[in-house]
Design a protein around this ligand. Structure first.
Ligand SMILES: Nc1ncnc2c1ncn2[C@@H]1O[C@H](COP(=O)(O)OP(=O)(O)OP(=O)(O)O)[C@@H](O)[C@H]1O
Length: 120
């Protein structure tokens, strides 16, 4: 494997994201949640600072879910047999996704909550 061009690296990264979306049901759920959060932000007319917080949360969840999928594939490559370390590795990576998802829900409530209370 020689030195690859920037275009190749970018293309590989996009390929990885595409594979994570196609092969991961949870990834598709997170993407749907991201689209809903963005549409809600547009609908409620949130301000620039609030958009920054929403986008940080959205990309943090998608990033960690992508890393989680990569880790799952790596563990599966190392062993197809039951191993307690494989279990812990996958469970910890899933726990990292849960952390980011809980954070996103809290930020979503803090940002959208006051707008929704005013509306209804
Ligand atoms: N080789 C293994 N040895 C022991 N336990 C495993 C192994 N592979 C998976 N597990 C257990 O099964 C769970 C689910 O693993 P799996 O690879 O099916 O992930 P998944 O269902 O695709 O995860 P996600 O829902 O996050 O996409 C893991 O979190 C782990 O607890």
């Amino acid at each position: 494997m020689g030195r690859r061009s920037l275009k190749d690296s970018f293309s590989n990264a996009l390929d990885g994201i595409g594979y994570a979306v196609v092969s991961g049901r949870n990834m598709r759920i997170h993407l749907l949640a991201a689209v809903l959060a963005i549409l809600t932000g547009v609908w409620l007319g949130i301000n620039r600072h609030e958009w920054v917080m929403i986008f940080i949360c959205v990309f943090m969840v998608l990033t960690v879910e992508t890393i989680n999928s990569a880790l799952e594939k790596t563990v599966d490559l190392i062993t197809s047999k039951y191993h307690p370390l494989a279990k812990h590795a996958k469970n910890m990576a899933a726990g990292a996704v849960l952390f980011t998802a809980v954070n996103a829900v809290i930020v979503g409530i803090l940002v959208f909550g006051p707008y929704l209370l005013k509306k209804f």
